[in-house]
Design a protein around this ligand. Sequence first.
Ligand code: KG4
Ligand code: ZN
Length: 331
Amino acid sequence: MIILGIESSCDETGLALYHSERGILGHIVNSQHNIHGKYGGVVPELASRDHVLKLVPLLEELLNQVEIQLKNIDLIAFTNGPGLLGPLLTGASFAKSLAWSLNIKAIEIDHLEAHIFSAMISEKNLKPPFISLLVSGGHTMLSLIKNNTQHEIIGKTLDDSAGEVFDKVARHLGLSYPGGPEISKMSEKTKSSSYNFPRPMINTKCYNFSFSGLKTHVTQVINKTELNSEIISEIAFDFENSIIDVLISKTLKASKNLKIKNIVVAGGVSANKKLRERFDKEKSDSIVYFPDLEFSTDNGAMIAYMGWLKSKVDLTNSLEITPHPSSRFIS
Ligand code: KG4
Ligand code: ZN
């Protein structure tokens, strides 16, 4: 079975082909960072327009790359939410009309679930149950993944997501968008910091997070400081460490308390090098899995793979287009 995955929930147009026996045959991501960079964040209307322009040429490019024809595709999986409404509509309309023209089914995929299960694309032996830490631009949450369809959210951010805070602090530091990788680059330039930012909620018993106070605190420090390259590095260093300290502490606590050894860390922030290294160093008895780096940030491969997992249990086939800007997984 060959599944075409389509991702268009935010500012990446991602397409991939997944073969049920051979795995990912190929994938393409077009990032719109150059379009949104000057605004410091994603402009939904510009994102929608670019998805409309890119979907057809990217599909043609992908099919050429893997030498597969449209008629060989058996199923289309597309992101139906959460995300920005306009961008979601472009992917949903494209997926459903293509499926209709090929007389195949189109299956709706939850973007968050796709991130969480993306670690299984390369880790063939990984299976639920596991604890998942999803850290992206839109979400930060800890879940107990019981099987391929049943999940329990055990904690989430009470305000901003970790990725959002990376992006905002980077902007105040004069770094470009997306901020996560930029903060990381600056932080790598130093081995210590004279700053000691708070580690919000690190000692609370619950598994919730809160990052907006940290964002405000760091922003106030930045506003009072004359920035130069060394100071930016020191701020980036302790700010990054603060987020990592909290994420690791809560996740390992959940793994220990719930006696679930396997942990999956996914979503854009999971691309963070220091986060990966620190989890590896501090994991104790737990086993921590990450998606391949190319599947950490938004991509079509995770959507195609989730389509494969979901195709075994739930196949809808209506032409109705009903994107969900918020996640059904969360409600
Ligand atoms: O999963 P994703 O691509 O999109 C959403 O579903 O939101 O995540 C994007 C987020 C952005 O906030 C970006 O700054 C962050 O992931 N990010 C990183 C890194 N790479 C991307 N954060 C920290 N370190 C990174 N290396
Ligand atoms: Zn995402």
